[in-house]
Design a protein around this ligand. Sequence first.
Ligand code: SF4
Ligand code: MG
Length: 359
Amino acid sequence: SAPLLDIRGLSVSFATRRGPFRAVDGVDLSVAPNELLAIVGESGSGKSVAMLAIMGLLPWTATVTAERMVFDGQDLRALSPRQRRGLFRPPWSLRAQPPEGVQAVSGRPRNGLIGKDVAMVFQEPMSSLNPCFTVGWQIGEALAQHTPLGRRERQTRVIELLEQVGIPDPARRARAFPHQLSGGMCQRVMIAMALACKPRLLIADEPTTALDVTIQAQIMDLLQTLRRDTGMALVLITHDLGVVAEAADRVMVQYAGRVVETQPAATLFTHPHHPYTHALLAALPERATGARLEAIDGVVPGQSDRPAGCLFAPRCRWANAHCHAVKPLPADAALGRALCHTPLDDAGQPLALNLENAA
Ligand code: SF4
Ligand code: MG
């Protein structure tokens, strides 16, 4: 079927004192209706920035370009940032502060474009909620923005939504303030707010990262149940490949602003082609013991330490002189299904004979 969200060649650069910094570089991305796409990578990979760019939520220091940016047949590039934000529900209660680095959205969206199509939840549910209002009131506000429901109907709907996200004794919890609820409960409230507008796409940015392991699993289960029941598509951003192992349909691996590999989850975990994916998998804690097998040394390069060749070369165990000098191109990715000069075969060994080594 036609993709719900279809992005080609998305780039984002930020104006900084040391010149422009390319945080996202030529990202292609598509999400089908009801699909769960996971975007995986360490922090600094540009995962959140890419999604915020699509939603028009980046501050003015960001320059966003794309060859194609279509949601449900509508060209997002033709909309002003204000109109585009109207399509999306801001990922925080309107009376709360937006997360750091995210453009504040003031006032209520008004017209017919509005809406209800894409919603987003973040890592820190506590800071996305306003401490001064009850959670029921905040969900009610989201309903007031996005639905024609009257006051009474909204009250009923708030309770239904809290019930839908698995909050026990919803009538009582609706009257609670955020600090009276646990982190997991607050995340459920944020998800309820996101569902208030019946989104067709929910973007969840590290939704479980701040929570402990048992609660993480419960939130993942909840998201899966909601996806099944509502038919919405889900983009799940995470640094933890383990979180998406069972849940995702497709996994996109991002490194230093570039997509290095996209595969169906079923094959990515057994046959990773990019050395970075391979390293992420090798670093997953062993299920039985919880012990990490092999940590990946180093960090994602920033503005000042961008390698000349492959961006992963300083950390790649298969890097050679060619890798250090020449960037792999997306065309290579099409051939080898990974952004790499020598993608790995099913046994985890480099596929192509490297010319530099052969010489
Ligand atoms: Fe490693 Fe070279 Fe592939 Fe980059 S191009 S990931 S350095 S093997
Ligand atoms: Mg992030």
